[in-house]
Design a protein. Structure first.
Lengths: 467, 304
């Protein structure tokens, strides 16, 4: 996200010349649509899907009244955001025609004579095995189902072993691997065991395969015919690029998928693949993986992914996380001082301390709308977790006077500070330079009203973090 | 099938679409702004990213604007441009025998192909007559150790391992000690997959580096970042952060046998100036090949 700015940043300039009220005209939105297109492409939404999306937005935006207190830019962002949530499947359940089926709250279809089976498919390294264990844990824990897992991956070294270990970790039974047994055979044995031993659900983890590998795609089709799964889940990495449409289309055509699981949503990828795959297959995204922990599996959250695709950040998640770690009063004080151009080394130390409390600075910064630009600057001035402890030490080795008046810090003082903090003169020099850069940045932030201003900047109403 | 054929077969579908697109675009047309915009989009579809795609289409515009240009000319010109960008990146990992063991740290996000690449590369070093030792530094993922052990057997080299859940840094320490004691030529250290925005996991990786450097201040001699070609623009974040944190010295691009074009590597090469040590084109031990700029560029543009 460091590379590009979010959509709201992109759009903010476009509508400057536009008057505040009246209906949006085609001509008004044309340039906005261009920006939206670029933003989506940068988020790895596949081009054909971008086009479809743009057409939808144009239709919705033209003629829309711009309501008072909202700028046309904010209005368009809101339309885009809503349309995106719609396309991602905010109302996906509506086009699923069988609401009376016994589904758990993740929307997994478990209707049928026990045991029902869930078939996990996807490319190599997409996260199938971990996701299998997570779903098993969820179904056996929350939903009190009797679950059996089986690994059909006879290709990747130690893949079967991996599932056995995950079974031990989750307390879910795993079908004992038999040396030399073929995937279709394993599937048969798993279903048979499931029937004989009274399991509710059998989870079939398959080997990763390329959608163009004819042999392996035929194999998984044969597995499907044996197991007759009620769910065939395509497991996809959230960082997948433009190829997502090909992957989804091929898996859907050759095997017939019923849902998508998006993995590694806790990374900093924008996740455009979600939109591409949803739109190409028409299949709902049912679940998302949000961490390596076996509990880190959530029901798909269209708003969160929409925010990430648009580079607007996960405002809700941000506010929750920020509330946990950031001392609000302290932050407020800093913002006020910054606004007045009163940023000192002491403030910088205070800020570093706040940052250090966040174990995941990159992630948090990425969640803050409008912050992508700042994140870039921050990484340029090396405010990363690596340097923070050192930087704090340097500032703490200064006298109070030096902290207030950095101009005082001449060569000999630098040497003393370096020795006192266990760093080098170069590091002290770097810190002072960073401080200068940060002061400038803070002044700029100040103009927008500090952190609060940044978060509010360009956001449509209702998306502002409520206090 | 040669790896070139495989690569081509894989790239085939997407290349076909890309070059069909270009053919449509330039059939009986002058090179104008609309055409260039569409061309830019086609490059974006190859995962090149907006910045690189726009740079490439602008380069084309510079001397050809308003001229009639055939689809073949466009393709050749673009392939040439891409090859020029990629040329400096085509450098295999050279083992410097002055360092014994020559220590290679392998890192990357989850599932990118680290362990497999280690197995393949170990085999190549073995074929060059070097002694190789592998260190099972992924102490987190279930059965990661067993996976590396299988690759060790396939490649014919010792694997240093401890129990799952142990400390990766102390395992690496032990591996360096053993490699030294046994006079090993190359030590390859596998690590757990980690997302680059996880500060604590990145810190853990930095600790591995520090522990290695303590025993040999020139080490690690190479830090290899393994990237999945299916990944889109997030590859930029991956390189940027891993490079900053653990001084990555080169990349390996895996899964080029799929339909993903790996076009992101063009932007990566341009921006980070890191060599691409090798490309992965399949799951067997021989499916690792040197990265060739011209072949890659030509394949991308559908030129034989
Ligand atoms: N088709 C194809 N598959 C590959 C390639 N390289 C690796 N794979 C597969 O990708 C999957 C993941 O590879 P690993 O080597 O386990 O990846 P890793 O980065 O070590 O994964 P973690 O340790 O779990 O983070 C395996 O199924 C590999 O067989 C490649 O070049 N082409
Ligand atoms: Mg591994």
């Amino acid at each position: 996200m460091w590379m590009f700015d979010g959509l709201s940043d992109r759009l903010s300039g476009i509508f400057d010349g536009l008057k505040k009220r009246g209906a949006l005209k085609e001509a008004d939105v044309v340039s906005a649509l261009r920006e939206i297109r670029v933003a989506l492409l940068e988020a790895d939404v596949a081009l054909p899907v971008v086009k479809e999306f743009i057409d939808g937005v144009r239709e919705r935006a033209v003629g829309e009244e711009v309501i008072r207190s909202v700028t046309p830019g904010q209005m368009v962002v809101k339309i885009v955001h809503d349309h995106l949530i719609g396309m991602l499947g905010g109302d996906a359940s509506k086009d699923q025609s069988a609401p009376q089926l016994p589904m758990d709250d993740s929307g997994l279809n478990l209707a049928g004579v026990s045991p029902v089976s869930i078939l996990m498919v996807g490319l190599q390294g997409s996260g199938k095995t971990t996701t299998t264990a997570k779903i098993a844990k969820r179904l056996s824990g929350r939903d009190k189902k009797k679950v059996l897992m089986a690994s059909l991956d006879v290709y990747r070294p130690a893949a079967q072993q991996q599932l056995v270990v995950l079974g031990q970790q989750t307390g879910v039974t795993v079908l004992s691997p038999i040396m030399g047994e073929k995937p279709v055979g394993i599937a048969k044995r798993a279903m048979q065991t499931g029937r004989q031993e009274g399991y509710d659900v059998v989870l079939l983890d398959t080997a990763g395969r390329l959608h163009i590998d004819f042999e392996l795609m035929s194999e998984v089709a044969a597995i499907r015919d044996v197991a007759k799964p009620t769910e065939t889940l395509l497991v996809t990495d959230a960082m997948t690029g433009q190829d997502s449409v090909n992957i989804a289309r091929e898996f859907n055509e050759k095997i017939g998928i019923t849902g998508i699981v998006l993995t590694r949503v806790d990374g900093d990828a924008r996740g455009g693949a979600a939109l591409s795959m949803r739109s190409v297959t028409g299949c709902p995204i049912k679940l998302m993986g949000t961490g390596e922990n076996l509990d880190a599996l959530d029901v798909f959250d269209a708003a969160r992914v929409a925010g990430s695709i648009l580079g607007m950040g996960d405002v809700v998640g941000l506010v929750e996380k920020a509330r946990d770690v950031i001392d609000e009063q302290e932050a407020e004080k800093l913002a006020k001082r910054a606004m007045k151009g009163l940023f000192t080394l002491e403030d910088m130390a205070a800020q570093l301390k706040q940052l250090r409390k966040i174990d995941d600075i990159g992630g948090l910064m990425g969640m803050i709308p409008g912050m992508s630009k700042m994140k870039k600057q921050m990484s340029q001035v090396n405010v990363d977790d690596k340097g923070i402890a050192h930087q704090e030490a340097i500032i703490l080795s200064m006298t109070q006077k030096e902290r207030r008046l950095p101009k005082l810090i001449n060569g000999s003082r630098r040497k003393r500070i370096a020795a006192g903090s266990g760093t080098s003169v170069q590091e002290v020099n770097r810190l002072l330079k960073q401080f200068k850069q940060m002061s400038v940045m803070m002044k700029k932030m100040g103009k927008g009203g500090g952190l609060k201003g940044l978060m509010g900047g360009g956001m449509p109403p209702g998306m502002m973090p409520g206090r | 099938m040669s790896w070139f054929d495989r690569l081509k077969a894989g790239l085939g579908r997407s290349t076909e679409r890309l070059s069909n697109g270009i053919t449509d675009l330039f059939h009986n047309r002058k090179l104008d702004q609309d055409t260039l915009d569409e061309l830019e989009e086609l490059l974006i579809m190859a995962d090149m990213g907006v910045a690189t795609a726009s740079r490439l289409s602008k380069a084309l515009a510079k001397n050809r604007f308003d001229q009639d240009i055939t689809p073949q000319e466009v393709r050749a010109a673009l392939a040439g441009e891409i090859a020029t960008i990629l040329e400096p990146a085509a450098k295999s990992l050279e083992i410097n025998p002055a360092h014994k063991p020559y220590i290679v740290l392998v890192c990357g996000v989850n599932g990118s192909g680290k362990t497999t690449t280690i197995g393949k590369m170990a085999k190549q070093f073995r074929d060059q007559g070097r002694s190789v030792m592998l260190a099972a530094g992924d102490t987190f993922r279930a059965a990661a150790i067993e996976q590396l052990q299988v690759w060790g057997e396939r490649a014919g080299c010792t694997v240093v391992a401890r129990e799952q859940g142990g400390d990766a840094a102390s395992l690496s320490f032990e591996a360096v000690q053993r490699a030294k004691a046994e006079n090993i030529d190359v030590l390859m250290i596998d690590t757990a997959g980690r997302l680059q925005n996880k500060a604590n996991l990145m810190e853990e990786l930095m600790k591995v580096v520090r522990v290695i450097a303590k025993q040999d201040d020139t080490a690690p001699h190479a830090v290899m970042l393994v990237i999945d070609a299916t990944v889109g623009q997030n590859a930029h974040n991956q390189v940027e952060v891993f490079k900053r944190m653990v001084s990555v010295t080169g990349l390996v691009l895996t899964k080029l046998d799929g339909t993903a074009k790996g076009g992101v590597v063009v932007g990566l090469a341009e921006k980070f100036q890191l060599p691409v040590y090798a490309v992965g084109v399949g799951e067997t031990i021989d499916d690792l090949h040197p990265f060739d700029a011209k072949t890659f560029a030509n394949n991308l543009m559908g030129i034989d």
